[in-house]
Design a protein around this ligand. Structure first.
Ligand SMILES: *Cc1c(COP(=O)(O)O)cnc(C)c1O
Length: 234
């Protein structure tokens, strides 16, 4: 059995166990396989093991991979853009991805909506929130999120699905949970405010259990599936 298939099985088991332990309904947590820096052959191995949703951070790498995987005859896959977005690079994102997790400004959302091709379903959007409060990190400030969410929800070719965050790495489970709880609180406030959100994109290889305990509906897992990344090679 391939290592990627083994890893996917182990992660699926972890997700199922954490979902049960946190008394959430079966199937409440979806796995997004983050394939950045790994080639199309790694994606195809994951596809063979049943995985269909993939996340990419770097636009050109992602576009090349989407094309290569299609040309290799893969079934229809769901591609999520999860990297920083430059405003002059929104068009290929709007044309080639099903989801974008890293919207943090109204201008980017407007461009994605304008550039989403006719005939494609609306682009599914998560707003990235900077819950760690560090100036260097991306994401909208928590106090800006409500206004941004209402503007994005009104754009015609986008569907606002929820929120995403990448907290500061923390070792302790309780500390990991505390960061995710902040995102969950903002999410619950937006829902109480009438926005029909259903997605909390949070949790990666090192902290997915804590994220599931705090209500993650999508965990974004890379290295635990594909192995350690080699950025020099990428
Ligand atoms: C790389 C990345 C991941 C996956 O991280 P791992 O620690 O490898 O699981 C998840 N989300 C984002 C936004 C990433 O850039």
């Amino acid at each position: 059995m391939s290592l990627i298939r083994q890893n996917l099985q182990a992660i699926t088991a972890t997700i199922v166990a954490a979902t049960q332990e946190s008394q959430r309904p079966a199937g409440a947590v979806q796995l997004l396989a983050v394939s950045k820096t790994f080639g199309p052959e790694a994606v195809l191995e994951a596809v063979a093991a049943g995985q269909r949703a993939f996340g990419e951070n770097y636009l050109q790498e992602g576009l090349d991979k989407i094309r290569a995987v299609q040309e290799a005859g893969a079934p229809a896959l769901e591609w999520h853009f999860i990297g920083p977005i430059q405003s002059n690079k929104t068009r290929p994102i709007a044309e080639n991805f099903a989801w974008v997790h890293t919207v943090e400004r109204e201008k980017i959302a407007q461009r994605l909506s304008e550039q989403r091709p006719d005939g494609m379903p609306p682009l599914q959007i998560c707003l990235q929130v900077n819950i760690s409060g560090e100036a260097s990190k991306s994401g909208a400030a928590p106090e800006e999120v409500a206004a941004l969410a209402h503007k994005v929800a009104a754009l015609p070719n986008l569907t606002l699905r929820g929120l995403m965050a990448i907290p500061e790495p923390a070792e302790a489970f309780a500390q990991q949970r505390a960061a995710f709880a902040q995102l969950r609180t903002i999410y619950e406030q937006l829902r109480a405010d009438g926005l029909a959100l259903d997605t909390l994109s949070m949790g990666m290889s090192a902290d997915m259990r804590a994220a599931i305990f705090e209500g993650a509906t999508m965990v974004r897992v890379g290295s635990a599936i594909f192995g350690a990344r080699n950025y020099l090679k990428a």
